[in-house]
Design a protein around this ligand. Structure first.
Ligand SMILES: Nc1nc2c(ncn2[C@@H]2O[C@H](COP(=O)(O)OP(=O)(O)OP(=O)(O)O)[C@@H](O)[C@H]2O)c(=O)[nH]1
Length: 472
């Protein structure tokens, strides 16, 4: 069975990245998939989010697959622009408001198959403006996951709302778990999509929020001018984030400086803390819209600098090791493409190097940072799926990857020009991009007092809210 998805707008609120996806039919979990889930509620536009379209082949026994969005480089596929016009789930997955994106192989495998009949007009609300093909071909953008952390009521949600929606509300509504908004900006001529994760400030949500730090690429540590505790908690917030994601571009923010008259933190204390933590320090007033843009611009800039630095280091590796860095071309499908062949009765995927690697070039995968190749072999269902993760991290240029590819009948024809990580559905993708807890729990004195259904379908924040209100 082939389930096809087309790009565009999905009715949905992104609730998290996923580390696994579940086939409801077979009950099996497919691990190692990365990305963002969209759930019914609100609006999430995949095209705007920079997610490129693909068709996806689901195994024959899987008619209701809750799957993933992966950061794959599909823009170069001939069909991409056509597919990108709008998103639509076919009749085979009714009611499943999930974006499923897969890697090159899936897309190429299905390319030869007949398209389902979409002759019926789409409902008005599903239609999205068509995008010029050229944009889809070339506009790969950098997406940065930013987590905003700090004690409760310091203004995290307000800051994100101000930045993404340009609004400020006086009402305080405690964040339960996490929330998400995004904004696209241009920094040094680069399109950057900031995905801002608003996390709850209260300790009782730690278990939930920590899961969302995973894969974060930048962090805002916020304290309030009028809340001494929030200032003193900064070091511990930093440690929590670092424990999950290591050293990422981070900024220290003192919010509510419009209330400077009521300050409980001396200037030199705040500056001293920034110095001690070696962080850029901003004073903001979300209320007065002071310095908020600067905070996020700085982070985006810092992140881009790191990317550039990484690229430069990789180039060095090209000259010094036999494992060259670049992008690899996954020509051919997994079982019948012209570039696949058979060795000892096994299918072989031929990976060919692509010699160019220029940003925004028309070269296939030219600006790809992560390439996931999924491979299904008919009849073997979920068991035969390989994911090659090209994330340009020199550490991953491991000999072992190559050996693994060869052991699994993936023929590497020449030296690949890129580091290749073989993610055997284990933890690499998960730990970097996954963020979705399997269930929501509420614990009290070490005891589970609420256990939700398997998420994200089974998430029920309202239930959680009620439980929390009861125990507070
Ligand atoms: N005066 C002033 N009030 C602010 C500012 N920023 C936020 N607030 C107010 O502070 C309160 C808390 O703001 P939130 O954004 O909900 O705080 P939060 O950090 O997200 O809180 P949690 O969700 O509990 O973690 C709200 O009443 C806001 O209106 C600011 O810059 N100045």
């Amino acid at each position: 069975m082939v389930t096809r998805l087309r790009a565009g707008a999905i009715a949905g609120t992104v609730v998290g990245g996923c580390c696994a996806s579940r086939c409801f039919n077979s009950g099996t979990w497919q691990q190692g998939q990365a990305g963002l889930f969209a759930l019914a509620q609100g609006h999430f536009d995949t095209a705007r989010a920079g997610i490129k379209p693909a068709t996806l082949r689901l195994p024959d026994d899987c008619s209701y697959c809750l799957s993933h969005v992966s950061l794959s480089c599909l823009s170069s596929l001939g069909r991409a622009s056509e597919d990108a016009k709008r998103f639509q789930l076919t009749e085979q997955n009714p009611g499943v408001n999930t974006a499923i994106w897969s890697g090159m192989m899936s897309a190429q495998e299905t390319a030869a198959e007949p398209r389902p009949n979409h002759s019926e007009p789409e409902p008005e609300e599903r239609r999205v403006p068509e995008q010029p093909a050229a944009m889809l071909e070339e506009d790969m953008e950098v997406a940065i996951k930013v987590v905003v952390v700090g004690n409760g009521a310091v203004g995290k949600s307000s800051m994100i709302q101000r930045y993404c929606k340009g609004i400020f509300t006086r009402d305080y509504k405690k964040t339960i778990g996490v929330d998400f908004l995004e904004r696209q900006i241009v920094v040094n001529d680069e399109d950057v999509r900031l995905m801002l994760w608003d996390t709850a400030g209260q300790e009782e949500f730690d278990a939930i929020t920590k899961a969302y730090y995973r894969g974060a690429q930048a962090c805002v540590l916020v304290f309030s001018t009028t809340d001494r505790d929030s200032f003193e908690a900064i070091v511990s917030w930093r440690e929590k984030v670092e424990a999950e994601v290591g050293d990422i571009p981070t900024v220290l923010v003192q919010n509510k400086i419009d209330l400077l008259d009521d300050t409980v933190i001396k200037n030199e204390e705040a500056e001293g803390l920034a110095k001690k933590l070696k962080l850029r320090f901003y004073r903001t007033s979300v209320k007065e819209d002071l310095n908020v843009n600067e905070v996020f611009k700085y982070l985006a800039d810092k992140y881009l600098q790191r990317l550039k630095q990484q690229s430069a280091e990789e180039t060095e590796v090209v000259h010094t090791t036999s494992n060259k860095i670049g992008v690899f071309n996954t020509a051919g499908g997994s079982h019948c493409g012209q570039n696949s062949s058979s060795v000892n009765g096994c299918d072989v995927i031929n990976l060919r190097p692509n010699r160019q690697r220029t940003k925004r070039s028309k070269t296939p995968f030219g600006s790809c940072r992560l390439l996931i190749v999924s491979r299904h072999k008919s009849g073997e269902g979920l068991g035969r799926r390989f994911i090659f993760q090209q994330d340009n991290d020199p550490k991953h240029t491991a000999k072992i990857s190559k050996e693994w590819l060869q052991d699994n009948s993936v023929l590497v024809k020449e030296n690949l020009l890129c580091p290749v990580v073989v993610d055997e559905m284990t933890d690499i993708t998960t730990s970097r991009y996954g963020a979705l807890p399997e269930r929501l729990y509420v614990l009290q004195s070490g005891k589970v007092i609420y256990k939700g259904e398997v998420g994200p379908w089974g998430y029920n924040p309202e239930e959680v809210r009620k439980v929390l209100e009861k125990i507070n």
